[in-house]
Design a protein around this ligand. Sequence first.
Ligand code: XMP
Length: 521
Amino acid sequence: MTEIAHEHDRLLIIDFGSQVTQLIARRLRELNVYCEIHPFNLVDDAFLDSFAPKAVILSGGPASVPDEGSPRPPMKVFELGVPVLGICYGQQVMMQMLGGKVLRGQGTAEFGRAYVTPAEARIDLLNGWFLDREQVWMSHGDHVSELAPGFTVYGTSPNAPYAITADLDRRFYAVQFHPEVHHTPNGRTLFENFIRDAGFTGDWTMGAYREEAIRLIREQVGDGKVICALSGGVDSSVAAILIHEAIGEQLTCVFVDHGLMRKNEAEEVVGMFREHYNLPLIHADEADLFLGRLEGVSDPETKRKIIGGLFIDVFEKHAQEIGGADFLAQGTLYPDVIESVSFSGGPSVTIKSHHNVGGLPERMNMQLVEPLRELFKDEVRALGRELGLPDSFIGRHPFPGPGLAIRCPGEITRAKLDILREADAVYIDQIRRHGLYDEIWQAFVAILPVRTVGVMGDGRTYDYACALRAVTSVDGMTADYYPFSHDFLGETATRIINEVPGINRVTYDITSKPPGTIEWE
Ligand code: XMP
């Protein structure tokens, strides 16, 4: 823990390996509480003394309390005199350690949505609860069969008679469900009540996070050199600016321009970073290389692999030009971290080979600097604002690493890319003019590998068809198509056909994800 963190009220989350432990941290950050997640096996008495938490949360986890050797927190957690909240496995481990009993399975498993009903007595932890029937999210096989001395029941669900229990004297609270997930809609209120009870003042802000992140980057990097692949997207941009603020000229950014950018994109990104942030930036214009190697290629995976491979080659070449680097900076977010860990423990199926700089750290013997690893997209946007990035930049729709290549099904040619860039610019302009940009997660045009017959003026045309795509989403994992009005679609189609030579037919893609994906390839 750093000195800055020491100035704040601290909450300790002891992690037993739940997939959603980070969501607890996120809920707490939303409430301006400083917290740290530490795995149960690294938390001992000495650690508890030095961390001096004002409250402790025990997370869920995949283990089974009745199993020999299953994880336990140190007994000292219950002797600190601070409030403790046990969630799912955390609840069961707490009951067992304090003198209750936990039973395995026996037909009491609950997975997914459940409804909790209140007991007669009320507690402050549940202020704001039970105004309506209270939905919670359960995910448990085992259950508590006997309460520890001092505990009383305050809420019950069909398969969890001890869904909410507490020992008010000691301020120990234990819930069988997951208040941290989206599907427990009133979970935030429960955390709010818990931290109020613990006396937190809510002194942890994005400004404080920024200070802390800067300090950690300095600590990690020392006087080493860092390079960062800047894509122009929000994540890599925020990571670069933060690291630049921490270590200045020790950071060099490389913007690999593969010739598959949107209209004016390369100029805008490079201009912004050079002029506003005065950040050492190499603009690697490698359009000829990429487009040359993509000639005649139409298979989507082959395209992605070629682009990914060349990207690494180009990046490495420029890194060597500046004399190498000790660290590679990446704008990895928390959802990227979870996605790389399979829920079933096995390798996940590859739907698309995502483009990143994978393989590079090993090849060049570099360590990773990932200052956004704990954050979710909306938190990165808030941090970006904190760092002075303009709203227009922060709110930009995501743009994939392989760029327009995956919006050009079939063979990629310069002529098709030029048409696509123009059509995309008109479409985005339409969306902005109608004030819809911020309602949409991502919008773009794909140019289709078909030409169709049309009639313009008195002449016959034989030009490309294109598809408009616009989706709503919270994380890009699932998505629905955006319900534009027919007027909007009609006006946009007319503008594209009139303003973009080479396109004479416009369609709108109404596929959700799943079964579709957001991009066309
Ligand atoms: P899909 O098409 O898989 O896309 O539904 C989900 C989100 O990811 C973006 N995407 C990528 N981003 N490298 C990236 O950095 C990639 O290779 C890549 N492929 C898709 C896509 O634009 C959408 O936001």
